[in-house]
Design a protein around this ligand. Structure first.
Ligand code: MTE
Length: 327
């Protein structure tokens, strides 16, 4: 059972966890077991990660820092951020770091299909080399829809590079992204668990959003590649949106003229929509989004419109009247 000491500011886990609606007592017991494993074996995750090395991309790290994108607050300590993750393929608790070491990140292929000049399946290391000259480190705040946040140095490249690489046709408007689906690698993807056949995790954005300078494909974190609990070998960061949009361990990108339906949207449409831009004034149906807990400092801070990145992205939405932009 998840045992949590509640402090005054805390949102009860059952309220603030998207999947909680689907929790059964048995599932909760399972989540409790992984929490126990993580706290008894705190070194396990890093030891297992070391066993995977050498990583063929390792010599590119640490990448040059791009300090253009300012963030408010302090960098979250690596050991804190690396032990508080959402990666439901590995369980429903935040303490999935050890379980996520089962993720096999080599070989790793990514398929580009749909409305593109030519469909292609590319090995991650080949793709990485093609974009490596633009590799950089950016520190962004990740704001989870569950009202917690962390400030993390992400290494990667602008998503616009990937759009260029894929060569979409002019009629393509959206990108649908998919995570791996392999219960051998992620036992929680077994049928019936959490999603009733809803795997794999799917997310999407418009091509305009993908080409925004903030949209970032992450290949490393804290100056290193291959950090499995963060979604190695490649995940998305769009820091003005709630964290559930930041899909991890991507294997497929489909260019389409139809708006993709995400994993969470399929499960709970009334709570998790397509746009999911951060807005402190629009509450989640079950809790307020006015403030958030910084997992590094433990302090509560005010949530900011577009998570503080409005100057880069507000224009993307100004003509979208009638759309549910905030949840
Ligand atoms: N991607 C996949 N494939 N599976 C997930 O469960 N969780 C999302 C997002 N990407 C998730 C995912 C959610 S809800 C959040 S808040 C962020 O990842 C968390 O990223 P972090 O663990 O690196 O902090």
């Amino acid at each position: 059972m998840l045992i949590k000491r509640k402090r005054g500011w805390e949102i009860p886990e059952q309220q603030a966890t998207p999947e909680s609606v689907y929790f059964s007592r048995r599932k909760l017991l399972g989540a409790g077991a992984s929490l126990a494993a993580a706290s008894f074996f705190p070194e396990l995750a890093s030891a297992q990660r070391a066993a995977d090395l050498p990583d063929p991309t390792a010599s590119y790290y640490p990448a040059k820092k791009n300090a253009k994108y300012k963030f408010d607050g302090v960098l979250t300590e690596e050991k804190v951020a690396a032990n508080y993750n959402n990666f439901y393929e590995y369980g429903t608790s935040k303490y999935i770091a050890s379980a996520a070491q089962r993720l096999q990140i080599r070989p790793w292929q990514i398929k580009f299909d749909g409305m593109v000049e030519k469909e292609q399946t590319v090995d991650f290391d080949t793709l990485f080399k093609a974009v490596a000259s633009s590799l950089e480190e950016r520190t962004y705040r990740l704001r989870c829809v569950e009202a917690w946040s962390a400030v993390i140095p992400w290494t990667g490249f602008q998503m616009s590079e990937l759009v260029k690489f894929a060569k979409p046709l002019s009629g393509a408007k959206y990108i649908r992204m998919e995570t791996f689906n392999d219960p051998k690698m992620a036992p929680e993807q077994r049928p019936g668990f959490l999603s009733d056949g809803n795997w794999p995790y799917v997310e999407g954005c418009t091509i305009e959003e993908a080409n925004n300078e903030l949209s970032f494909m992450v290949t490393g974190v804290y100056g290193q590649p291959g950090y499995k609990q963060f979604g190695a070998p490649i995940r998305l960061m769009q820091p003005w949106k709630y964290g559930f949009k930041a899909i991890k361990s991507i294997v497929r990108m489909t260019f389409t003229d139809k708006r993709p339906v995400s994993y969470w949207e399929k499960l709970q449409r009334q709570e998790y929509g397509f746009w999911a831009n951060v807005n402190p004034e629009v509450s989640h149906p079950r809790w307020s989004q006015a403030t958030e807990r910084d997992i590094g400092t433990g302090e509560r801070r005010n949530t900011v419109l577009f998570n503080g990145y409005g100057e880069y992205v507000a224009d993307l939405y100004k003509n979208l009247k009638g759309e549910r932009l905030w949840a």
